[in-house]
Write a protein that binds this ligand. Structure first.
Ligand code: NVA
Length: 309
């Protein structure tokens, strides 16, 4: 499914027009280039994207004249076929999913960014699998992704929505993860507990599960890592903490231990996290392929949305 849509492959016959006559609301309370990676796939599948930015609707505290999440969710959900939402606190999307009768896709919250994790997984596979093997996978719609045992991904940066989502997915694919975050910015306990529980489950079932190591030392995280991933140190909504964060994250700029390590970043990039030498290094940086994969993976997700109604 993940490689069903990819560069150079014609749109599968059976999914053409799967969203015909369907409207997908893009409910965004945060800024982003994502509408670009969403409008195009929705259009390709024949659907109609309806952008709803923070200024287009009256979301807000009802005591101050705004419309509550509950009411907004119920109304929007009753008028469209699906909602693709980029919101603030994770509780907002939970509220939206609870009261919307249309399916809701998480396009980012402060806690998770599953759409980015899908694009990242696709990018990691492209980096490790020969093109012929990927093409063979494309031939077989039921093919499972092979386990990438022995591959190590390092995260150097903030304990944010991107690494939370990667920690949910990567170890299941056999990928080991080294996570370096500064003191005071550790991965949330519930995520650590989830990883521990999944590891125990995999062990009981005899499945491979990548090891996860948490550290405050970037050198420990990047040791033997094939791919180093980072993101902004100041996520959307954390602007007031900017200076404290920039101080805390000093020394967390990229730098690999392996000779031919690759680099990934979900964008937008800020200059302090990674220098141009790495970011624009064509042999090392996977960032622009990773960005394009947002489009392909979105198509796979929207195909599923199209089957929903
Ligand atoms: N962690 C970043 C991701 C942006 C795609 C943010 O939430 O702002």
């Amino acid at each position: 499914m993940l490689f069903k849509y990819t560069k150079g492959k014609p749109l599968p016959q059976e999914t053409q027009g799967i969203l015909a006559g369907k409207t997908l609301a893009l409910l965004f309370t945060k800024k982003s280039l994502v509408p670009v990676s969403v409008r195009k796939p929705v259009g390709c599948l024949g659907g109609h994207p309806m952008f709803l930015g923070a200024n287009d609707i009256q979301l807000g505290d009802p005591k101050k004249g705004g419309e509550s999440w509950r009411d907004t969710s119920q109304v929007v959900g009753s008028m469209v076929d699906a909602v693709f939402a980029r919101l603030g606190d994770h509780s907002e999307i939970e509220e939206l999913a609870k009261y919307s009768s249309a399916p809701v896709v998480n396009a980012l919250t402060a806690k998770f960014h599953p759409m980015q994790a899908l694009a990242d997984i696709m990018t990691i596979y492209e980096s490790f699998m020969p093109k012929e093997e990927i093409m063979a996978l494309l031939e077989d719609p039921d093919a499972q992704l092979p386990i990438l045992h022995g591959v190590k991904v390092a995260w150097v940066g903030d304990a944010n929505n991107i690494i939370n989502s990667l920690l949910v997915c990567l170890p299941r694919l056999g990928i080991s993860v080294g996570v370096a975050t500064p003191a005071g910015y550790e991965i949330d306990e519930d995520i650590q507990e989830y990883v521990e529980a999944e590891a125990a489950k995999a062990q009981a079932e005899g499945r491979v599960y990548g090891t996860v190591v948490y550290t405050q030392d970037p050198q420990v995280a990047v040791n033997k890592a094939h791919i180093i991933v980072t993101d902004t140190w100041v996520s959307m909504g954390q602007e007031a903490e900017k200076q404290a964060r920039l101080d805390a994250f000093k020394g967390f700029q990229e730098g690999g231990a392996m000779e031919d390590w690759k680099f990934m970043h979900c964008l937008p990039r800020k200059l302090e996290e990674v220098d141009d030498e790495v970011f624009y290094n064509e042999a090392r940086s996977l960032v622009f392929g990773e960005a394009e994969n947002r489009k392909w993976t979105a198509m796979a997700v929207f195909e599923e949305v199209g089957k929903f109604n």
